[in-house]
Design a protein around this ligand. Sequence first.
Ligand code: HEC
Length: 111
Amino acid sequence: MNRKWIFIFFTLVLSLCLFGLGIAGDKKANSRKGKLLFRKNCRVCHDGGKAQELGPYRKKIKEWESVFAKDKYKEYACKAEWEKLSEQDLLDILAYLRAGAADSKVPRGCG
Ligand code: HEC
């Protein structure tokens, strides 16, 4: 009887650990990475040269979210550039843009 409870206890602990790992490994957006990705993949054109100047402060949080809404990029002239990036890259870029959006705590230019 005792052994059975010990077994159940350890199974529970183990599943909680795995559950925790699952959460930790969940897709997290990284705005610092997003900043670098944005500079490398977006700013090259969106600096007011080839395309309109785009920086986090240019839009509000909600507006950035709709810019990144699923498949919305297919309407943009730079669709091909978006397709080069992974879903995770785009999540990171969105995190960066949201963090510095016009209505965020610290609106940011391109810095
Ligand atoms: C090769 C150049 C180039 C690259 C790289 C590029 N874009 Fe563009 N993008 C354009 C051009 C050109 C347009 C259309 C004209 C404009 O908006 O100035 C455009 C349009 C857009 C629009 C639509 C603007 C609107 O108001 O309709 C968004 C949003 C956008 N780009 C975001 C991005 C993001 C985010 C990235 C990086 C993942 C990116 N672009 C990379 C050239 C580029």
